[in-house]
Design a protein around this ligand. Structure first.
Ligand code: ADP
Ligand code: MG
Length: 686
């Protein structure tokens, strides 16, 4: 239960004066649904306004406050044209106050002809006229409200104004309760951070980096503490120790020796499986790093110990491929491997369900269907989850709760994410890294090509297909005017189809799943030669060694995405090529990112440097949603403050794992404040 002291903060936003159904909508757009959210919605910046007597004292572009007398209203010639209110200053200079759309109603009401008003806004020039577009404030001459010269600029949604937002923020700040301090006193003193309510008040009043750091640190600490709590809770759970005797693994006849990284990861997994507490481990490794063999070893250990193992794949097609690979590799061991997807019906399905129940099936591969109610296992000891990143931590916890004796879990991901993001997103897990590719892989020849060379690129693809090989063509999602995502792939597909006819298939996220699978299957079987796609190309689906990938408008993709996409080629021993087609408007950072792609193929390095580049370039709007679980901390703050927050969370857990001491109590409040309550729920009295 949320501590009562936080109730005023979690009250709905319409408990604030002046918020009715009309304002709720724009506030919702800003993610301000509760008082708490308004308090955390601080200004993006501040403007300093200069009060001036007349326009001769002001310069263009300046933020000013000035008394003006309204002389005339001019409605636009058309409905789209702006509404203009002409006014004069004390020296007789004329200024146009310009309003677009519905704002003209306000203008009519608040600026009657013949009256004098104090107007605040940015002075601009339009042709040979001075103007102010949508003044920030229009006040009566004796209104005291414009006494302050520095004003906050909040990000707004339509229907909200700066003064309104400022008044809501002031109300929210008035409701801040006195909360006990959760940050370690030494750290607080060292960093010279303000107390929590002071920090919030400060960031609404001025540019206060220290206060912002403190608030970001709060969020990081809450997240890391929640992860630690989940971890600790997991360690208390009684699972089942699985000690394999090597009898099945010894029978494998792999056509290659394991890499050092694979052997190390298998040892780490083996160590975890021997414990009572269920394993929570993440296996990170680039596309092609060889995660499947590691998963197979883990599953064989479980089977050697007399238990069953399941592998969960994100799609049918991927499940099918994993099944075929694993069945083939496991053949010499005599272990029974089965496939179970949502599509299996009738007799075949029944027989698999029987086999899982009586234990004659030892390894099952499938989609989420393998966790449906009807599926019962004789003794499920290990679950391997491929492409874990599609699940959030709370979903992962739900999965772990299945069954009285929770199974061990191994999550696998090919998404290269930097260390700090791994900590933030998978902080409850141990991590094994496959940081070494199997030998014999050729470097992928990566080139950046301007869009003006599109015809040459198409010709090159044509020659490639003519030589009997396959290729990928990837397009980004683009937004149309209505803000709807529309795949540029549609258009590219049409153009390429005109040239390559039935050799081309199209796959994108908005396609019906059946059609998508069918297209992928045609490509995987080699029947189709060119796959045009958005990023939905299933990571991990094997296709006959393709050696060419074209990525259009490459600058629109995140580097991790580019890296993964590129990983679709270069999996065999032949030479592969990746062509990055860049659009016209390429920023400085965009250029550096593409250059980095050319320079290295190391996913971990790309992820780290990408974060560095984006952390620095965050103001340019390069942050990708869903990147981090954080609303407050920026990428830059995350890089700086994640390690201390993680260390502090560990320390707190070491001293007071039940969060029962004074600081522990404060930390519980912090967890609720940042909605990391899943951590608290693992505790007594949580
Ligand atoms: P991932 O799932 O990590 O993308 P896979 O497990 O599909 O990678 O492995 C990619 C390819 O590399 C497969 O064809 C696999 O047989 C091969 N492979 C895996 N480990 C090794 C190794 N140690 N040496 C050579 N080839 C390997
Ligand atoms: Mg794989």
């Amino acid at each position: 239960m949320r501590p009562e002291i936080l109730n005023p903060l979690f009250a709905e936003v319409d408990t604030l004066d002046g918020v009715g159904p009309k304002l709720k909508k724009p506030l919702e757009k800003l993610h301000c649904t509760r008082v708490r959210d308004v308090a955390y919605h601080w200004p993006d910046r501040f403007v300093t306004r200069r009060p001036v007597d007349n326009l001769d004292e002001a310069s263009e572009g300046e933020q000013i406050i000035i008394a003006l007398t309204v002389t005339e209203h001019r409605s636009g010639a058309s409905r789209r044209a702006p509404y203009r209110v002409l006014a004069t200053d004390s020296a007789g200079n004329v200024l146009a106050l310009t309003f677009f759309g519905r704002a003209s109603y306000t203008a009519k009401k608040e600026l009657p002809v013949g009256e004098t008003r104090r107007v605040a806004g940015k002075l601009e020039r339009y042709g040979d006229m001075l103007q102010m577009v949508h003044p920030d404030h229009v006040l009566k001459v004796d209104d005291p409200a414009l006494g302050q010269m520095r004003e906050p600029v909040y990000s707004l949604a339509e229907g909200l104004t700066q003064p309104r937002m400022a008044s809501l923020a002031a109300q929210a700040l008035d409701k801040l309760p006195a909360l006990p301090e959760w940050i370690e006193p030494g750290m607080l003193a060292r960093e010279k951070w303000p107390a929590w309510p002071d920090a919030l008040r400060s960031v609404h009043a001025r540019d206060d980096e220290r206060a912002k750091d403190r608030l970001a640190y709060d969020e990081l600490l809450a997240n890391q503490l929640a992860m630690q709590l989940v971890r600790a809770d997991n360690r208390r759970k009684r699972g089942r120790a699985l000690a394999g005797d090597g009898s099945l693994r010894g029978k494998l006849q792999l056509p290659f020796p394991l890499t050092g990284a694979q052997e190390r990861s298998i040892r780490e997994i083996e160590g975890d499986l021997q414990q009572d507490a269920p394993m929570l481990r993440l296996l990170q490794g680039d596309v092609g790093a060889g995660k499947t063999v590691v998963a197979l070893h883990a599953m064989l250990i479980a089977v050697e110990a007399g238990a069953q193992a399941a592998l969960l794949a994100p799609t049918e097609l991927l499940a099918r491929q994993h099944f075929e690979t694993l069945r083939e590799m496991a053949r010499p061991t005599g272990v029974e491997v089965a496939l179970l997807t949502g599509r299996d019906k009738g007799r075949a399905r029944e027989s698999i369900l029987m086999g899982l129940m009586d234990g004659s099936i030892q390894i099952v591969v499938g989609t989420h269907a393998i966790f449906q109610e009807a599926v019962q296992y004789r003794d499920l000891g290990l679950v391997v989850v491929d492409e874990q990143h599609r699940f959030g931590v709370s979903q992962r916890l739900q999965m772990a709760r299945k069954g009285k004796r929770p199974p061990h879990t191994l999550s696998m991901t090919a998404t290269p994410i930097p260390r700090t993001l791994t900590l933030a997103n998978y902080g409850e897990m141990e991590v094994s890294r496959l940081d070494e590719l199997p030998p014999g892989r050729q470097a992928i020849d990566t080139r950046v090509v301007g869009m003006e060379r599109l015809p040459d690129v198409v010709d090159a693809v044509g020659r490639h297909l003519a030589s009997g090989q396959q290729a990928y063509w990837v397009c980004p999602l683009v937004r149309d005017e209505d803000g709807m995502e529309k795949p540029a792939a549609e258009q590219r597909y049409a153009a390429l189809k005109a040239r390559f006819d039935d050799d081309v298939v199209l796959v994108h996220g908005q396609l019906d799943p059946e059609l998508k699978d069918a297209a992928m299957a045609r490509f995987a079987s080699g029947e189709a030669k060119l796959l045009v796609a958005t990023t939905v190309i299933e990571v991990g689906v094997d296709v006959p060694a393709s050696t060419l990938i074209v990525i259009e408008q490459a600058e629109k993709f995140g580097l991790a995405q580019l890296h993964q996409l590129r990983g679709r080629v270069g999996r065999g021993s032949e030479k592969s090529t990746c062509l990055l087609l860049r659009g016209e408007q390429l920023s400085e950072t965009g250029r550096k990112r593409l250059a980095l792609m050319r320079e290295t193929q190391d996913g971990f390095r790309i992820a780290e440097e990408d974060l560095e580049l984006r952390g620095g370039g965050e103001l340019l709007g390069t942050r990708q949603s869903g990147d981090t679980p954080f609303r407050i901390a920026t990428l830059e703050q995350m890089q700086r403050l994640m390690d201390p927050a993680t260390a502090d969370a560990k320390l707190l857990m070491d001293r007071d794992a039940g969060l029962e001491g004074e600081r522990g109590e404060a930390a519980r409040i912090l967890l609720y404040l940042h909605e990391r309550d899943m951590g608290v729920r693992t505790l007594r009295g949580g």
